[in-house]
Design a protein around this ligand. Structure first.
Ligand code: SF4
Ligand code: SF4
Length: 114
């Protein structure tokens, strides 16, 4: 769980550090969906798909949503298997986006308890 202050810092860093071009590369075609184990295992929940995770990362970077527990859960449940990358017609480097997003969250979480 993150505090309000931590979420604010995470949101700022998403805006500063996430690769906007890469986020915009996703054209939401859905070709990656049948290749994503967490999408299938979750009963086809969009937030547990590559497309859904990219949309969440983009929404946080643009300040449309907060990096709340649902966003954190969606990103933490990703296996990082990158099965979504080779099937993407836009060549979205999903793994880089995921690593950056997770790094931002980990670096700014629980700062008060350090
Ligand atoms: S296949 Fe690529 S462009 Fe299509 S929804 Fe998935 S990540 Fe986005
Ligand atoms: S890395 Fe694997 S689990 Fe994560 S979104 Fe891509 S296919 Fe799904």
């Amino acid at each position: 769980m993150t505090t309000v202050q931590e979420r604010e810092t995470i949101a700022i860093q998403f805006a500063e550090r996430m690769n906007e071009d890469e986020l915009l590369n996703c054209m939401r075609c859905g070709f990656c969906l049948p290749h994503c184990p967490t999408y299938i295992e979750s009963g086809l929940k969009e937030s547990h798909s590559p497309r859904g995770r990219i949309a969440l990362m983009k929404a946080v970077a643009e300040g449309v949503i907060e990096p709340d527990e649902d966003v954190e859960r969606s990103l933490s449940l990703c296996l990082g298997c990158r099965a979504c990358e080779p099937v993407c017609p836009s060549g979205v480097k999903y793994g880089h986006l995921l690593e950056e997003a997770r790094d931002i969250i980990q670096q700014n979480k629980n700062i008060a308890s350090l």
